[in-house]
Unconditional design. Structure first.
Length: 93
């Protein structure tokens, strides 16, 4: 729902690419500190290839019958780059 941290309009969000995958939550150590991470993985890939960059320190922003939202941080250029805010809107396929 954001590009490089900037919020998109709902029209742009509706017209943006959509991804269908398996949502996974796990913990990682980032600079020796534990942090929660959300990943959207390709269910057709046996190795679990991520479809979009991971969402670090996700917080649920909304929940309804068929959809929910998360907000967190996306790391640019791997773990060495800056972090930008990112949001995911997830709905039932």
């Amino acid at each position: 729902m954001r590009v490089r941290g900037r919020r998109l309009s709902w029209r742009d969000i509706s017209n943006a690419p959509h991804f269908v995958g398996s949502l996974h939550s796990h913990r990682e150590e980032l600079d020796r500190f534990p942090i929660h991470v959300m990943s959207l993985l390709d269910p057709a890939d046996p190795g679990g290839k991520p479809l979009v960059p991971d969402l670090f320190d996700p917080v649920m922003t909304g929940f309804s019958t068929n959809a929910f939202g998360f907000r967190g941080f996306e790391l640019l250029n791997g773990h060495d780059g800056p972090a930008i805010i990112q949001e995911w809107y997830c709905s039932q396929a």
